[in-house]
Design a protein around this ligand. Structure first.
Ligand code: HEM
Ligand SMILES: [Cu+2]
Length: 679
C-alpha cells in the first residue's frame, strides 16, 4: 500500500467521551485523557515502530527528534561551559594590572576561542536544538520533517566542535578574534594553520544550522495538527520559523567569506588583498551581513521562550498575539539592514552610515512592542513567580540595559568613541547573556520536567537565578565604565597607571559569582534528573501541545494526533475534542496538513533510523580538516561521502510494508534481550 493510497480521506477524526469542566487546568487534563485511549496492541505497535533499540549502534542511528534534540542541547551546553571556563581564565588574567597568568599569544587564542565557541558552538546550536526537541511536540506530530537531516545536522556540528578543541589543545587554536578580520587573518600576517581551522569550522557549524532550519520550516509548514491554522501557531514556533528563515539568508554570507579566506590562504587568490585588487572591507561586509543577523538568530528563539513562560505563569493568553508575531517578523527583516554599524570606524561615507544609524535605532521599536505586550500580560494576569518567570524578569532588566547601550552606539560620534573598547564588550554581553542566556535558563527550568519527567528544585533554582543575576551585573556593568575610561578590548594586560585595576577586580569577582550560579544549575539538574519531584504530563497547567503527552514523551509523541480547537490548544480543548485516527501504527506515518489552514492534506512515511547521516558528516569532516593540510583530502573525503549519500538515499524496497515483525514476537524478543542484558 503506497503513501498516496493512504491519503487524508483514509484518516478520520474521532471524538472522546469525557465530562468537560470550564477551568483551563482541568480542560487540559481532560484533553490529555482523550489523547490516550488507545488499545494496548496499537500502543505496542507504535512503540515498536517508533522507538530506538537500545545500544550504542542504535544511538548513533537514531532519527528521533527528541533524542537528537536532547543530545544537541547537552552538547551545546558543554560548549557553553567550555566557553565560560575560557572567560573565567580571561577574567583572572585581567583581574589586576601586569598579571602574568597568560601571555599575549595564549590570551589571543583564549578570547578567540571564547567568542567563537559562544557564538558558533553554543548560542545558535542550543536554540536550534530546543526547536528540534519542542517544535514537533508543540505542533502535535510524531517526528520532525527530514529526520535523517536532523541527525546529520547534529553529527556535523559535533565533529566541528571536537575538531576545533582538539586543535586548540594542540596549540593550533584560532587567535584572530571571533570575526577574524583580514589582513590580520590573511596568509601574510597569520601563517600556519590556526586561521584555516577556524575558517573550516564555519563550514561545519553553518551547514548544521542550515540543515536544522530547513527541517524546522518544513515541519512548521506541513506537519501541524489539523485545526492549527497560522493564527493558532504557538509563539515559540513562530520564533523558530523567523529564526530559520534568517539562518537561510545569513549563513551563506559567512560561508562565502570563509571560503574566500580559505582560497586566499591555501590557493593564493586575492579576494581580500588590497595590493592585488582585492578589498579587506569585503570581508567585513560579508562577515557582518551574517554577524548582525546572527545576534537576532540567537535572540528571537529566546523571545519564544519568554512568550511561552509568561503565558503559562500569568495564567492567561499573551496580550497582543498578532503584535508579538509581527514584531518578531519585523525584527527578522530589519536585522538584515544594520550590519554597517559594526564598521562605522572604517571611514565609510557619512550618508551611508546615517542610513544604518536610523535602521539600528529603528530595531528598538519591535523589541519595545514585545516588552510592552509581555508587561501587559503579566499586569492583567495572575503571575506566579516560579524560577522560569524569575529568569524572564532578569531578561527584562538586563536586555533593556543592553538595548539602551545599543541605541547609544547607533550614533556615529558615540560609536567612534567607544569602538573596540570594553564598553562594546559590556554591551554585547548585556544583549547576548541578558537577551538569550537568561531566557534559556528560564526555558531549562520550564521544559526540564517535560524532557525528563522530573521537576528541577525550586529553591536551588531561585539561588541559581540570584547568583547569575548579581554575578552578571557585577561582571559586565563595570565594563561600561572601563570602556568609557578608554580600556581597549583584546589586550592581555594593562599598566597600573591606567586606574583600571579596581573595576577589573570587581568584574572578575562577578565572574566567579556567575560561575557558582552555573555550578548550582548543574547540581540541580543532575540531582533532579533522578530524585526530583515527579512532573506528570502538565505540571505547569500550560496550554501548548507538548504538555498533552507524558513526561518524558513516548517515542511516537502522541497516541492519537490531536486536533486543535483554539490558539491556546490545551486551554481551548473540550473533553469531546476530536483526534486523528487511521494512521498506520506499523509505519512511521505522519499526517501532512495544508500550510495556511492546516486542513489534512496527505500522509507520508518518515525515514527510519540510519547510520548514513553519521557517514556523510564524518566524510565532510575528513574533507574540511584534511583540506587545510592537503588538497588530496577533497578526494579522500569525497569517496566515503558519495557512498554514504547513496546509502542514505537508497530507495525502500517497493513492497515495503513497513515493519512486519508481529508485535508480540517483537516484544517477546525485546523481553529476551532485556533479560540477557540484566544478567
Ligand atoms: C559566562 C560568562 C562570560 C564572561 C565572564 C565573558 C567574558 C568575556 C570577556 C572578558 C571578553 C573580552 C575579551 C577581550 O576583549 O579582551 C569576552 C569576549 C567575548 N564574549 Fe564573553 N563572556 C561570557 C559569556 C559570553 C556569552 C554567553 C557569549 C555569547 C553568547 C559571549 C560572547 C563573547 C564574544 C563574541 C566575545 C568577543 C571575542 C573577541 O573579541 O573575539 N560571552 N567575553
Ligand atoms: Cu550589530
Amino acid at each position: 500500500m503506497k503513501a498516496e493510497e493512504n491519503t487524508a480521506q483514509n484518516v478520520e477524526t474521532t471524538t472522546g467521551s469525557h465530562e468537560t469542566t470550564a477551568t483551563t487546568g482541568a480542560a487540559s487534563a481532560q484533553a490529555v485523557l482523550a489523547l490516550s485511549l488507545m488499545e494496548d496492541q496499537e500502543h505496542a505497535e507504535l512503540e515498536r515502530t517508533w522507538s530506538d533499540e537500545p545500544g550504542l549502534w542504535n544511538w548513533l542511528r537514531s532519527v528521533d527528534h527528541k533524542s537528537i534534540g536532547k543530545r544537541y542541547i547537552v552538547t551545546a551546553f558543554i560548549f557553553f561551559l567550555l566557553g565560560g571556563l575560557l572567560a573565567l581564565i580571561m577574567r583572572l588574567q585581567l583581574s589586576r594590572p601586569e598579571n602574568t597568568l597568560l601571555g599575549p599569544d595564549q590570551y589571543n587564542q583564549i578570547f578567540t576561542m571564547h567568542g567563537t565557541t559562544m557564538m558558533f558552538l553554543f548560542a545558535i546550536p542550543v536554540m536550534e536544538a530546543m526547536g528540534i526537541y519542542l517544535v514537533p511536540l508543540m505542533l502535535g506530530t510524531r517526528n520532525i520533517a527530514f529526520p535523517r537531516l536532523a541527525a546529520f545536522s547534529y553529527w556535523i556540528y559535533l565533529f566541528g566542535g571536537i575538531t576545533l578543541y582538539v586543535f586548540f589543545f594542540l596549540n593550533i587554536g584560532p587567535d584572530t578574534g571571533w570575526f577574524s578580520y583580514v589582513p590580520l587573518a590573511g596568509p601574510e600576517f597569520s601563517p600556519g594553520k590556526r586561521v584555516d581551522i577556524w575558517s573550516q569550522l564555519i563550514n561545519f557549524t553553518e551547514i548544521a544550522a542550515l540543515a536544522a532550519s530547513i527541517e524546522l520550516i518544513a515541519t512548521t509548514f506541513k506537519l501541524r495538527a489539523p485545526g492549527m491554522s497560522v493564527n493558532r501557531i504557538p509563539l515559540f514556533v513562530w520564533a523558530m520559523l523567523v529564526m530559520s528563515f534568517m539562518v537561510i539568508f545569513a549563513m551563506p554570507a559567512v560561508m562565502t567569506s570563509s571560503l574566500f579566506l580559505t582560497l586566499d590562504r591555501l590557493v593564493g587568490t586575492h579576494f581580500f588583498n588590497q595590493a592585488e585588487g582585492g578589498d579587506p572591507l569585503l570581508w567585513q561586509h560579508l562577515f557582518w551581513f551574517f554577524g548582525h543577523p546572527e545576534v537576532y538568530i540567537i535572540f528571537i528563539p529566546a523571545l519564544g521562550f519568554v512568550s511561552s513562560i509568561i503565558q503559562t505563569f500569568s495564567r492567561r493568553p499573551n496580550f497582543g498575539y498578532l503584535a508579538l508575531v509581527l514584531s518578531m517578523i519585523a525584527t527578522g527583516f530589519i536585522g538584515f539592514g544594520l550590519w554597517v554599524h559594526h564598521m562605522f570606524a572604517t571611514g565609510l561615507p557619512q550618508l551611508g552610515e546615517s542610513f544604518f544609524t536610523a535602521a539600528t535605532m529603528m530595531i528598538a521599536i519591535p523589541s519595545g512592542v514585545q516588552i510592552f505586550c509581555w508587561i501587559a500580560t503579566l499586569w492583567s494576569g495572575r503571575p506566579q513567580f516560579k524560577t522560569p518567570l524569575l529568569f524572564v524578569l532578569g531578561f527584562f532588566f538586563i536586555f533593556v540595559l543592553g538595548g539602551l547601550s545599543g541605541v547609544m552606539q547607533a550614533s556615529v560620534p558615540v560609536n567612534l568613541q567607544v569602538h573596540d573598547t570594553f564598553f562594546v564588550v559590556a554591551h554585547f554581553h548585556y544583549v547576548l547573556i541578558g537577551g538569550a542566556v537568561f531566557p534559556l535558563f528560564g526555558a531549562f527550568y520550564y521544559w526540564f520536567p517535560k524532557m525528563t519527567g522530573r521537576m528541577l528544585g525550586e529553591r536551588l533554582g531561585r539561588w541559581n537565578f540570584a547568583l547569575l543575576f548579581v554575578g552578571f551585573n557585577l561582571t559586565f556593568f563595570p565594563m561600561h565604565q572601563l570602556g568609557l575610561q578608554g580600556m581597549p578590548r583584546r589586550v592581555y594586560t594593562y599598566l597600573p597607571g591606567t586606574g583600571w585595576g579596581k573595576l577589573n577586580m570587581l568584574a572578575t569577582a562577578g565572574g566567579v559569582v556567575m560561575t557558582v550560579g552555573v555550578a548550582l544549575f548543574i547540581l540541580n539538574a543532575l540531582w533532579s534528573r533522578r530524585r526530583g519531584r515527579v512532573a506528570g504530563d502538565n505540571p505547569w497547567g500550560a496550554d501548548t501541545l507538548e504538555w498533552a503527552t507524558s513526561s518524558p514523551p513516548p517515542s511516537y509523541n502522541f497516541d492519537y494526533l490531536p486536533i486543535v480547537q483554539g490558539r491556546e490548544a490545551l486551554w481551548a480543548r473540550t473533553d469531546d475534542a476530536p483526534v486523528v485516527t487511521g494512521l498506520r501504527t506499523n509505519c512511521r506515518d505522519v499526517l501532512l496538513t495544508k500550510t495556511l489552514d492546516a486542513e489534512p492534506d496527505n500522509t507520508m512515511s518518515l525515514p527510519s533510523p540510519s547510520i548514513w547521516p553519521v557517514g556523510v558528516a564524518f566524510s565532510a569532516a575528513v574533507t574540511f580538516i584534511g583540506s587545510c593540510f592537503t588538497p588530496w583530502a577533497l578526494v579522500w573525503g569525497a569517496i566515503p561521502a558519495f557512498i554514504s549519500l547513496v546509502g542514505w538515499g537508497w530507495p525502500k524496497p517497493k513492497d515495503d510494508k513497513c515493519d512486519l515483525t508481529p508485535v508480540d514476537e517483537w516484544s517477546e524478543e525485546k523481553r529476551r534481550k532485556e533479560a540477557r542484558r540484566a544478567q
